[in-house]
Design a protein around this ligand. Sequence first.
Ligand SMILES: [Zn+2]
Length: 466
Amino acid sequence: MKSILIALFFITPFCFYAQTDSEIIKTIYDNSLSNGNSYFWLDHLSNNIGSRLSGSENAEKAVSYTKTELEKLNLDKVWLQPVMVPKWVRGNPETAYFINGKDKTKVNICALGGSIATPEKGIEASVIEVSSIEQLKALGREKILNKIVFFNRPMDETFINTFKSYGGAVGQRYAGAMEAGKLGAKGVIVRSMNLRIDSFPHTGSMTYGDLPIDQRIPSAAISTKDANLLSKNLKQNNNTQFYFKQNCKQYDDVQSYNVIGEITGSEFPNEYIVVGGHLDSWDIGDGSHDDGAGIVQSMEVLRLIKLLGIKPKRTIRAVMFMNEENGLRGGKKYAEMAKQNSENHIFALESDSGGFTPRGFSFDCNDDQFNRILKWKDLFNPYLVHYFEKGGSGADIGPLKNDQIVLSGLRPDSQRYFDYHHTAIDTFDAVNKRELELGAAAMTSLIYLVDKYGIYSIGENQLNKD
Ligand SMILES: [Zn+2]
């Protein structure tokens, strides 16, 4: 009897005491930091599987691994959503050097994703340095014909948000070969999207648009250190020649999948909340920050919700999107199917900015929705998550955009992200366990609040939804 009374003393308050939001968020953080699973999953994804370019064998291994791990969480549903994806293969390591008189200087390059190969013996030509597509166009065909165009605009170092610096420089990588091809250039070399001066070339997507095949030219990224070296050489000798060789290839599209895990809502099952990242990565490095981190954090959101016995009112899905890097096919397919199935998506959160210390969230929504969200901001103060601003979200969830949905992005500290982004050093050792777990906890906390309170715009008929 005495032991029963003692047991009741301990159990009763727990049963009848409704925890506050700040207490629940504290429990979420405690569990993510002391008993989290995100780092363990990332270890497997990065070290046992490795790089996961769309259409590769590793990408399919990652599909099956994450599906199996989601199945272990005892969710309501786990399934694969078929999607056709591009398959581009880098082939042999690239070679490049510049020639100044009798001196040959080897430089580090890597083919941009989607680029064509050079002829088998490579390309050699004189180099013309430009800082923008506008400058290229102003030079015109006469100056560009048969040259290798060297796009060398650095990322702006003065922005605190380095994604802004990236946004201001990445156009030359994406469209440089298309524009230079139109003017008869032989090839394109682009300064890597990196604020640091180092020896690692950064790959990334590029396009030929609808350029005829005979005007398409190979393009590659050069490391920032070698870009500076080449630029310095050109200033001394504008007849510097550049040589590069790459044998990448585009194959036919192949079948792949988005991986989806779901906890079905108890009150409003047709109101969907998505949390996700992208399962594919570039082929160099193992994509630990981009975007293994976002994948395992999204899985951790569902795991923590289950672990803490939270019963969501709305349906919460973790989506591992396929093919963000070179096609966004997974994001487009998910939105297409959501529309086809008349699923009412009210909120989507993406983590695709690295596994660094979370600073907050950006929200793509209207002012009424944003004012509602701002009321939750104080709950995040103890965790140094202060950044709640309107802005972008994530590429994969972008296709879900409509007038009603709120799109959101986890915003980690961005100072080191572009040291690793799309390089051979985006590997597991570059991710800090606690920083990763803090991100997962911040995401889970936000998802918990969105589920509990809903997220309707003021003035809308809320039908007692919350
Ligand atoms: Zn990414």
